[in-house]
Design a protein around this ligand. Structure first.
Ligand code: ADP
Ligand code: ASP
Ligand code: MG
Length: 920
């Protein structure tokens, strides 16, 4: 042992550091075994090169970096207890991504998770600390472009790991790690210097350099686990994982060599917890290589297969696989399960939560992959396995034909077009041969069955070379007109919809294209693989997010998701917003009704939101983010989101100008809900055209709260009419204020005193003349009259005003209230007369359908009449109909107040939802 250590020290390029191995207090035995004869290894990491003697990239062997193990080492070899690798489901494999080991605290968390996992045996694959691989690539780039800053950049890398090690380790562990780190850094410095001088880095040099992040994170993690008293070994996977480079800048695992390597490694390092480096591997010639960017997932899957593990858990920073990229997708949802094919398609088409090549190794042995969030251990994650397992575990998920959407940006479409292509064998081969020759990666292909054109997508950065290669390859055909053009469409993106059997299920692709059409997205090309797991469309780059949101919401949002715009957040409007806030989650969870307030507008300002305003904070948000009110912009925003299928405008004002827009909104397909009486009691022709429009289209217009606030008056009337009853008369106390006043105008009290009391209690409008004039009641009468089929104008309704003639022109409400007592006599007299006759006075509205008339007036009722027994500000409405002739149908209850009015509007919104298909 000592002699080997000495041998290494002597021959290492940094003799001041003994070459430590964190797996043992001193050198690992296996190094001794494999270096039982003199062999070359690059720089100072002998442990890398044990299998057959790993070699430096050609021409890089250096006598100063050679090591010779002495004969004494061989004897050490014999003392190693050979252990056979126990393959099978006692093993669980974990992979921790860069963010999981991004800081010392996170490395501690990872160690905790590993220690707590109660599997009998664990193989843990780690990525480099986050950003480190990028930093390493940057070193190479700097060095080969002869930027001296590579030295400082390498110091940053050293500092980051030194600091992390100090946070995590102490004593011998710290010393041995730091000495290895310094040794590595010195070697890297030498190597980068060489690259700097040459102005060029070979692929194998690059791979050697960039893989260091994993070497350091794996060593640190294993030492932290040891510090916790758990025995574990770290594995430099270059000693085990053997891969063959392919022409497409990828590598293919050599399973049998890797298996051999693993068994050898294990025999020397039998351990129940192994921390292995992700990302790095060796070629069969022992040249260090990598599994390419983000390849640690792939490493974990290969390890899972080599160990025949029970499962592979991939830990990352999201709760699992989302139905769309959470950074782009609108309200993507976590998928509980995915089949191997679905996961593959998702990752291939850009869902970088999983490296696309991760699936193949585990699929072979049916090993499930679980994607989990290290920052949210309570989330169960996404399970990727065979569809048959999903079928047993998650029937509902299987019914969901579209599982997810993925996108790839920065593509260009190449279109090779011409009549001379049809029926000519070999055209496709010639096209793709030319593409292959320039090393471009074809992401999708589409050929119309007329064979008139072949179109395919390649990465934008490769399209120039591809186009040139095609132009030159087909020069003759182009000149002869057999091919009309080789056209390039730049700035494209791919959107792929993925789902088991999706494409074979009728209607799914129709829905997909329909959603794209509704969002006005032009599809440039379409491809559907025969696998039926995927439908791919090529769209303009700028449409990508819009398209993703449109299709995602079509498949994932509730059918009764309604984008709402609230106009007039006054007393009623804001009460409605509060009610929506309180009820939203119940509606969503129990009734699948998803109400999104996309905008709130008052006369001065408006608040707009892309995905729905947080109704618990709308007032603060309005203060923070409100903008100047602009009704057109507001409506355009609420209706123009492309991903919520339905839009409703809720007008909580009493404004006739706003009411004037209903026609236009309904025409545009916007549903309207309102307590505003102005539209229905305005000019008759406008009312009639509004109702006609409503009937012709599938757009809805609800206004229950225009009469009797939340009481079911319009709906009762409609119910009677629709079921064939004939309305004879509607008579009622429609004003809560006047109801209150006349309920209390008794026992010799003065009328003005009761009005003052009502005003005090907040039952009247700020100017009580607005109530006493009877106009509001007249509007309700006209609404009911028109609803009953009468074609009346507001001016056709005689209204008995309770405002004494001389006070109609008083300047202020205050003056009016002061003057009112002077006129008490008038009403006191009427009240006494009624009293003397055993009757009460009531201010009523009447629709006399039989005689096609309406009126608003004071009437007297016997003391046993239902109208005589009201309390507070109740409304009461009596429908006399053919069916309810002797005993009218009576609706009674509080007919004013913000809560009940908002409740009436809310129930109209829910009525709209049920018309749109919500469950009952
Ligand atoms: P790690 O470093 O752990 O390997 P990655 O950054 O490679 O993590 O992958 C995780 C990231 O993938 C997530 O943070 C997320 O932003 C992104 N991502 C893209 N598409 C999806 C998707 N469909 N589901 C989940 N995450 C996705
Ligand atoms: N560290 C490597 C990379 O950033 C591999 C990985 O994290 O999967 O590409
Ligand atoms: Mg990753």
């Amino acid at each position: 042992m000592a002699s080997l250590s000495a041998a290494i020290s002597r021959s290492s390029s940094s003799p001041c550091f003994p070459p430590p191995n964190p797996n043992t207090a001193s050198l690992s035995h296996h190094r001794n075994i494999f270096h039982s004869q003199c062999r070359a290894f690059p720089l100072s990491r002998p442990s890398l090169f044990l299998r057959k003697g790993l070699t430096l990239p050609p021409g890089r062997e250096s006598s100063s970096t050679r090591i010779c193990a002495s004969v004494a080492d061989v004897s050490l070899n014999l003392s190693v207890e050979e252990k056979q690798l126990p393959k099978g489901d006692t093993w669980s494999v974990h992979k921790f991504g860069g963010t999981c080991v991004g800081t010392s605290q996170r490395i501690k968390n990872v160690a905790d998770i590993i220690i707590k996992d109660d599997s009998e045996r664990k193989l843990v694959v780690v990525s480099a600390m986050s950003k480190v691989t990028d930093m390493m690539y940057d070193l190479i780039n700097k060095a080969q472009s002869r930027d001296e800053n590579y030295v400082a950049a390498l110091d940053v890398v050293l500092e980051k790991h030194t600091q992390t090690a100090h946070d995590l380790l102490d004593g011998d562990h710290l010393a041995s790690f730091l000495s290895q780190l310094h040794q590595d850094i010195n070697n890297l410095k030498a190597m980068l210097r060489a690259i700097y001088i040459a102005g060029h880095a070979t692929e194998s040099f690059t791979d050697f350099v960039v893989g260091h992040g994993e070497l350091w994170s794996a060593q640190m993690l294993s030492l932290v686990i040891r510090k916790n008293g758990v025995d574990c070994k770290w594995m430099d996977t270059r000693e085990v994982l053997i891969v063959n480079p392919t022409s497409s800048n990828q590598v293919d695992p050599d399973y049998s060599l890797s298996q051999e390597g693993l068994e050898k490694w294990y025999s020397l390092n039998p351990a129940k917890v192994i921390i292995a480096t992700g990302f790095i591997a060796s070629t069969p010639q022992n040249i260090p290589t990598t599994l390419k960017r983000d390849g640690s997932d792939f490493s974990a899957a290969i390890m899972g297969a080599l160990f025949r593990a029970r499962q592979v858990t991939i830990w990352t920073d999201v709760d699992g696989v989302f139905s769309a990229d959470p950074r782009k997708g609108f309200e993507a949802v976590i998928l509980k399960t995915l089949s191997y094919q679905e996961a593959w398609e998702m990752s291939y088409f850009g869902a970088n939560v999983l490296h696309p090549r991760t699936i193949i190794p585990v699929m072979r042995y049916g090993i499930p992959i679980i994607i989990r969030n290290i920052f949210n251990l309570s989330a169960p994650g996404t399970k990727i396995c065979h569809p048959s397992v999903i079928e047993d575990e998650d029937k509902q998920d299987l019914q969901n034909f579209v599982k997810g959407f993925a996108t790839i940006d920065n593509l260009a479409l190449v279109n090779v077009e011409g009549t001379g292509m049809a029926g000519v064998p070999g055209t496709a081969s010639a096209i793709f041969g030319a593409v292959k020759d320039v090393g471009a990666n074809v992401i999708m292909i589409s050929q119309a069955s007329s064979e008139h054109s072949v179109c395919f997508a390649v990465p934008e950065k490769e399209v120039k070379a591809v186009a040139e290669a095609l132009q030159s390859r087909f020069r003759q055909a182009l000149d002869a007109g057999r091919l009309s053009q080789v056209a390039v469409v730049p700035n494209c993106s791919i959107l792929a919809a993925v789902g088991q059997k999706m494409a074979s299920t009728p209607g799914v692709s129709a829905t997909l294209f329909n959603a794209l059409a509704k969002a006005s997205i032009n599809v440039r090309a379409i491809a559907q693989g025969c696998s039926e797991y995927n439908i791919t469309v090529v769209i303009k780059r700028e449409d990508c997010i819009k398209a993703l949101r449109a299709v995602h919401s079509r498949f994932y949002l509730s059918r009764t998701t309604i984008a709402m715009g609230i106009i007039g957040p006054g007393l009623i409007g804001s009460t409605l917003l509060d009610q929506l806030r309180d009820q939203a989650s119940v509606l969503k969870e129990e009734f699948n009704i998803d109400l999104r307030v996309m905008g709130i507008i008052s006369s001065k300002s408006m608040l707009l939101s892309e995905s729905g305003i947080d109704l618990a904070r709308w007032r603060e948000l309005r203060d923070e983010k409100g903008e100047v009110a602009n009704l057109d912009k507001f409506v355009h925003h609420v209706h123009g989101n492309h991903f919520i299928p339905n839009t409703a405008i809720v007008d909580c004002t009493s404004d006739s100008i706003i009411a004037g827009h209903y026609n236009d909104w309904l025409r545009k397909g916007i549903h309207v809900v309102t307590p505003n009486k102005k539209a229905n009691s305005g000019p008759l022709d406008q009312y009639l055209s509004l109702r006609a429009l409503q009937r012709q289209s599938y757009t809805h217009y609800f206004y229950e709260a225009t009469v009797g606030a939340g009481l079911p008056i319009i709906s009762t009337l409609r119910g009677l009419l629709e079921t064939g009853d004939r309305i004879l008369q509607i008579e009622g106390i429609f004003s809560g204020t006047l109801s209150y006043i006349f309920n209390n105008f008794k026992d010799g009290r003065a009328f003005s005193e009761v009005v003052a009391e009502a005003k005090e209690a907040g039952y009247t409008e700020p100017d009580p003349r607005d109530d006493l004039s009877g106009t509001d009641v007249a509007r309700k009468v006209i609404i009911l009259a028109r609803e009953s089929g009468l074609k009346l104008e507001l001016s056709d309704i005689p209204v008995e005003s309770l405002v004494p003639e001389p006070l109609r022109d008083c300047a202020s409400a205050q003056e009016f209230m002061q003057q009112l007592p002077k006129f008490d006599q008038l009403l006191s007299k009427k009240q006494e007369e009624a009293e003397n006759a055993g009757e009460v006075l009531r201010y009523v509205g009447v629709v006399d359908v039989t005689n096609k008339k309406g009126t608003v007036e004071l009437r007297r009722y016997k003391k046993d009449h239902p109208f005589a027994h009201l309390s507070g500000s109740d409304n009461i409405i009596a429908f006399t109909t053919r069916r309810y002739q002797n005993q009218p149908l009576i609706v009674r209850g509080p007919g004013a107040g913000a809560q009940v009015t908002a409740g009436g509007i809310f129930s109209d919104i829910l009525r709209l939802a049920s018309y749109l298909g919500a469950p009952s």
